[in-house]
Design a protein around this ligand. Structure first.
Ligand code: F6R
Length: 364
């Protein structure tokens, strides 16, 4: 049941500290402060490239992981939505590996993409919530997320749990490829371990966020901007808002603004800027200034230091706890879910069963 919550979506958002913690336990070796993966016949050291394919929010988890695999494991990643990938007739490297991500394990396009990659001789790794599923049966290696049943149509805890498994996989890949030293590994390990507590802090301090969401609920269009691994998150923030509030929203790479979408900016378009304090922070805040100069209403999401440095141009600043940039995508997903949720509450839409959507898309 929904317990004390009005909607499954909010219940599932609130479960994330526990779900992330549980999912991490499988992959972390607390005695050695290192990553341990279940034994699996995939040799990351031998891979020249990894292919990732999925749909919707699961695809966006894979898109975040592309940044991680490339930067931390030095492993090039090709990623595409399954509905395109399956028909592109793309050549895959012989002895390559394809990673599919799916909450339900039943998404028709993701299953077809899996079959295509398998027919090309690829080893198939699947990150799944529902293990007894079509994708679960056809994959060579299954890595479970321990999210428990997800009832709300808009995916929340499955997304952050997928990211948690992907983060562990990236560290394992970095080790296998001998591109990470022990100090760095322990640093990233500690960042992961700190996550459940930091997510709980965000959930416990959402008063200001609820007010911002009420403002967003009145908009006709909302833009979400981010750079690096915050770019796929911008796409996820826009997707979540569209799904449950029916407000038009677009996610954009912050640097692409000036190539078109900046024409949309006026005082009526809220612009949510995701600016974790990472090596791209200055670049993102220069895009913030461009929006500010055109009279845009900016909602800046950053940490205390980021807000101190760039918050003056913002209409609202939502402060998150400081985290290692590696795990920022997992933490920054949470305020995006909450913004969509509270905007939908303000609009009075059917949050757990948005119109035209199904929890599992078994037709193409
Ligand atoms: C978004 C959402 C969908 C799913 C997509 C893939 O909130 O729920 O975009 O992520 O339909 O579904 P799975 O993960 O079951 O393959």
């Amino acid at each position: 049941g929904k317990g004390n919550y009005r909607h499954f979506m909010m219940k599932e958002i609130a479960e994330q500290p526990a779900v992330i913690g549980k999912t991490l336990q499988v992959f972390l070796d607390p005695n050695k402060r290192r990553i341990k993966l279940p034994a699996m016949p995939l040799d990351f050291a031998k891979l020249d490239r990894l292919t990732i394919t999925a749909c919707g929010t699961a695809y966006l988890a894979g898109f975040v992981a592309k940044y991680w695999f490339e930067q931390i494991a030095r492993l090039p990643v090709e990623i595409d939505v399954a509905s395109e990938f399956r028909y592109r007739n793309t050549p895959l490297p012989a002895n390559g590996a394809t990673l599919v991500i799916s909450q339900s394990g039943e998404t028709a396009d993701t299953l077809a993409a899996l079959r295509y990659a398998k027919a090309q001789g690829n080893e198939i790794v699947a990150i799944l919530n529902v293990l007894e599923s079509s994708i679960g049966r056809e994959a060579d290696i299954v890595l479970p997320i321990l999210a428990g049943p997800e009832i709300g149509v808009a995916s929340t805890k499955a997304f952050t749990a997928q990211l948690t498994v992907l983060a562990a996989l990236v560290l394992a890949a970095a080790k296998a490829r001998q591109v990470i030293d022990l100090r760095h590994e322990v640093e990233l390990y500690n960042a992961l371990v700190s996550l459940p507590g930091k997510v709980a802090e965000v959930l416990d301090n959402d008063d200001h966020l609820q007010k911002v969401a009420a403002e967003i609920s009145k908009a006709r269009t909302v833009l979400f901007l981010g750079r690096g691994s915050a770019y796929p998150l911008a796409l996820e923030g826009a997707l979540k808002l569209k799904e449950i509030t029916y407000i038009h929203a677009e996610g954009y790479a912050a640097g692409e603004m000036k190539h078109g979408p900046i024409a949309l900016i006026d005082g009526n378009v809220p612009v949510v800027i995701l600016a974790p304090h990472d090596n791209l922070f200055e670049k993102t805040t220069s895009n913030l200034q461009e929006v500010h100069a055109r009279g845009g209403r900016i909602i800046l999401i950053s940490d205390a230091e980021g807000i101190a440095r760039a918050g003056h141009g913002a209409t609202h600043a939502l402060e998150l706890p400081q985290v290692d940039p590696f795990v920022a995508p997992i933490l920054y997903a949470v305020p995006l879910q909450l913004l969509a949720y509270y905007a939908a509450v303000a609009k009075g839409t059917d949050i757990d069963q948005p119109r035209n959507l199904a929890k599992s898309v078994t037709v193409e």
